[in-house]
Design a protein around this ligand. Structure first.
Ligand SMILES: Cc1cn([C@H]2C[C@H](O)[C@@H](COP(=O)(O)OP(=O)(O)O[C@H]3O[C@H](C)C(=O)[C@H](O)[C@H]3O)O2)c(=O)[nH]c1=O
Length: 186
């Protein structure tokens, strides 16, 4: 029985976030790709178990979703994958005691790249779409708790994220986050 070739975990800077290179198995019908494998994550020392799966469709290029995170005790680790279109994905370490606190890590995700992103609990996450009709699939390590849902502005000067394109759409909630200078986040 042919074994699946292992996926490849690539560290993002000095952080515990990982870009994961998947291994599509191609044949004349198309391809088959293993997305989640407990053994692969355990072998990397990553304690992550999917609890919930989500999918978002974003119709207009240039839309930004984020920056979002869930507060303790339900800080959410997640696996993120772009299954249609293309996204400029941004994570920011908001853990007050982390050696990479406040650091920004950027990845471009698209179906063709056969990659996905492991985002540990304690990171804020957001993305800007680089094509119309971009779909993002998530595996979440905790359930969604609206009361613990939190975030900050995509253009918060205390963070300094550089987005690649003009912003075309933003939810009212994402436009209304307080500036970090008005709150103590880390
Ligand atoms: C996250 C979530 C949301 N919802 C409900 C709440 C709203 O009624 C609706 C849309 O939620 P929201 O506007 O927060 O969707 P996004 O702006 O795409 O938020 C996501 O975008 C950034 C980039 C992320 O990393 C998070 O996964 C998530 O916060 O779905 C649920 O029912 N379950 C959930 O797990």
């Amino acid at each position: 029985m042919a074994r699946f070739r292992a996926v490849k975990f690539i560290a993002l800077g000095e952080s515990d976030a990982r870009l994961i290179e998947l291994t599509p198995r191609v044949d004349e019908r198309g391809s088959f790709t293993r997305i989640w494998c407990a053994d692969s994550f355990a072998a990397q020392g990553i304690d992550f178990r999917p609890i919930q799966g989500n999918s978002s469709l974003t119709r207009v290029r240039g839309t930004i979703r984020g920056m979002h995170f869930q507060r303790d005790p339900k800080a959410d680790a997640k696996i993120v994958r772009c299954t249609a279109g293309r996204i400029y994905d941004v994570i920011v370490d908001v853990r007050s005691k982390s050696p990479t606190r406040g650091q920004i890590f950027v990845s471009e995700l698209a179906p063709s790249s056969a990659t996905m992103l492991y985002i540990p609990a304690g990171f804020a996450h957001g993305f800007q779409t680089l094509e119309d009709n971009s779909t993002v699939e998530y595996l979440m390590g905790t359930e969604y708790v609206e009361a613990l849902s939190d975030g900050f502005r995509h253009d918060d000067p205390m963070v300094g994220i550089k987005w690649p394109e003009p912003v075309t759409m933003l939810s009212a909630r994402d436009a209304a986050w307080p500036f970090l200078s008005e709150r103590k986040l880390w």
